[in-house]
Design a protein around this ligand. Sequence first.
Ligand SMILES: [Zn+2]
Length: 405
Amino acid sequence: MILLHNAAQVVTPLTGGDFSVITNGAVVAKEDRIVFVGSTDEALQSFSSAARIDVSGKVLLPGFVDSHTHLIFGGDRCEEFLMRLRGATYQEIAAAGGGIQNTVRATRAASEEELLQNSIHHLQEMLQYGTTTVEIKSGYGLNWESEKKLLHVAQNLRQHTPIEIVTTFLGAHDFPREKSQDEYMAELLEVMLPSVREQKLAGFCDVFCDQGYYSVDQTRKICMRAIELGFRIKLHVDELADVNGAMLAAEVGAVSADHLILANEGGIQKMAQAGVVAVLLPGTSFALRVKQHAPARKMIQAGVRIALATDFNPGTCYSHSMQYVLQLACLLYGITPEEALTAATLNGAAAIDREGLVGSLEIGKQMDCLIFDVPHYGHLFYNLGVNRLETIIKKGKMAWNKNQN
Ligand SMILES: [Zn+2]
């Protein structure tokens, strides 16, 4: 049993919607589970035999849940990023053979071992910024052989990191250039989806439903087949254009709809009614320098739960840091630090169906705890671009420490 005591603040969202800040707080864990959250005095009295860790002057938070990443890929797209900084648009880069297709070529050419080593490195980076649970999508293979390779890497990664991994099949990330759309649709529906399921390679199915990618009709077909096979649905929608993707996400009962920059009012209402979590990716809109940002405030007012994620990928958001995302979310969307922290933890867990297990410091949940060397959680937002994380406890065990790394 471990007992963290004297915390300047224990900060956590609570199941049901409240946000809790306990000063001079304590958290106690037995093996991998939290058994107490409250005052230091009470903890010391009730758990006198627990191993004590003094966290005086520090802030405790639940581990971040990064609910949207494309972490496994070959190569990088630094060159394209520079092109964009010099004025080219995402669409222009794609038309010139760049964008997703560029990474597809590099990923197909990479060996499984190469992809594994790259991905271990990315997870190590993410851990240092406080991510303790991550969702990883396939999607840079665009044929069964390569998609399978990516999902195998995602499985093998579990032996190389304390971060918990949830996998999503995103075979419908784009269309491969060597086939017609109809041919690829048939392959997705008849070969890839059933095989992913049979081999238990992913629990979620995702589609890039947007202008120039999968249409609403194609997306609906994929979702219907995936649901029939037992997948849960996540969708990329309404990032490049309002294609009524938010509405579709509600219609198919998606766990989350992601991006949503241009989502319309009616779609947002339907998402609220259907309980679809909105995963917002401010790092991407910031890096793409889009003029419009996801309507986070409107969503919250409509009763939609918002989650925040990095969208870590080689093209449009090459950032491992959930802390960066938290800061951007407040500055770009005008949401509060408390809303942002809830979105990066508990609502992130909801976006990957792990709400009962991770995302908050509450009794019965897994002991995934971040210890920040700051006197108040406000410093996470105030101290722009600086990492003040000191220690990570994952499933009750020390997973990372700044001084021993
Ligand atoms: Zn994405």
